[in-house]
Design a protein around this ligand. Structure first.
Ligand code: IPM
Ligand code: MN
Length: 369
């Protein structure tokens, strides 16, 4: 089957790591019968912004509509405020295509150094399902200047605040549909794994939205009696990731908490260079992007670790239904890490970005991975 993929290499190290992912996808297309790709590149991002004053064309989402999936490197450049570059491209695509699941596997592979004492690959193997379409990411809120005290008082906000210089709000949005669908997705995923799902919120402090989230979780759990469940507050889960990562199988978390805990997750699986991710709309167009950023200081140096991106491409194969291809790419990644000869700088070696892609592609072509 031929898959049409939109490629947005983006900024910083994005283009370099994405090229290695494409290299591996081309190799797997040669190795697996009837697997084909057509890639179309979109040069959007911060360089584009500097010329056009926008991150992508006004009809950017329209242009992406004809594709089965989007493969994205990283977005961000010190010359442009992050909240502009990220909102106008990355978040615009996540929201525009309603990619409500952000899937982030946390899996320590053999041969990878783990910063946790006495923990190994058998201890670190879980998936974080991050809600990806609402929460504190919707951009609802505002900044109120001095002088607006009258209407703030109407809104029930105390005089002390109203008379101060500024007041800022950022709303967390939690809809019934939004919360339920991501929880349901997580239960289905847990069913395919070790049948253990942890609900990660902060309902001891956030008395509306997080209490609501926990209630929906409990209600949906009644439909999945075969899945064991528990609750962990987001602060406590940070402690457990370090102390007892083996406890976890699938974790479902609201957008902001999911973002935060997966950076910690990335570190316990060997670092940002090894952490893949996918923004999924199960019935629509999904976007595959490693969770690391654009790392501008390493851009153009051929030193970034492309494994996160290659693994991300592997996730894309799985979501496209190319199970054989996905298995083989994973086997090749695992092989290279286990052998440990090719190590980029983040892993204490001096291998180049391009060498990692070459060796993984070669394994797929020649060694029947
Ligand atoms: C991520 C990133 C983004 C997020 C930023 C860059 C907007 O941190 O993908 O984890 O918070 O979602
Ligand atoms: Mn993040």
């Amino acid at each position: 089957m031929k898959h049409r993929i939109a490629v947005i290499p983006g900024d910083g190290i994005g283009p370099e790591v994405i090229e290695e992912g494409i290299k591996v996808l081309k190799a797997i297309a040669q190795a697996v019968d009837e697997l084909e790709f057509e890639f179309k590149y979109f040069p959007w991002g911060c360089e584009y912004y500097l010329k056009e004053r926008k991150m992508m064309p006004n009809d950017g989402l329209e242009k992406l509509k004809g594709f089965e999936a989007i493969y994205l490197g990283a977005i961000g450049d010190p010359r442009i405020p992050d909240h502009i570059s990220l909102r106008d491209l990355l978040l615009k695509i996540r929201f525009g295509f309603d990619q409500y699941v952000n899937l982030r596997p946390v899996k320590l592979l053999e041969g990878v150094f783990c910063p946790l004492k006495d923990k190994g690959p058998k201890d670190i193997d879980f998936v974080v399902v991050r809600e990806n379409s609402e929460g504190f990411y919707t951009g609802v809120g505002g900044r109120y200047q001095k002088g607006s005290s009258e209407h703030l008082r109407y809104a029930g906000i105390s005089k002390v605040f109203a008379d101060s210089e500024e007041l800022v709000t950022q709303e967390g949005i939690f809809s019934q549909i939004g919360v339920e669908r991501v929880i349901r997705y997580s239960f289905e995923l847990a069913r395919k794994r070790k049948k253990h799902l942890t609900c990660c919120t902060k309902s001891n402090a956030l008395n509306y939205c997080m209490v609501y989230w926990d209630e929906v979780f409990k209600k949906v759990s009644e439909e999945y009696p075969d899945v064991e469940t528990d609750f962990a507050f987001v602060d406590a889960i940070c402690m457990w990731f370090v102390k007892n990562p083996e406890f976890f199988d699938v974790i479902v978390a609201p957008n902001l908490f999911g973002d935060i805990i997966t950076d910690l997750g990335a570190m316990i699986q060997g670092g940002m260079g090894l952490a893949p991710g996918a923004n999924i709309n199960p019935k629509g167009i999904s976007m595959f992007e490693p969770i690391h950023g654009s790392a501008p200081k390493y851009a153009g140096k051929n030193v970034a670790n492309p494994i996160a991106s290659i693994w991300t491409a592997q996730m894309m194969l799985g979501e496209l239904g190319e199970i054989e291809g996905a298995k083989r790419v994973m086997a090749a990644i695992e092989d290279v890490l286990r052998q440990g000869k090719i190590r980029t700088r983040d892993r204490g070696g001096s291998s180049k970005t391009t060498e990692v892609g070459d060796v993984i592609a070669e394994k797929i072509r020649n060694l029947g991975c």
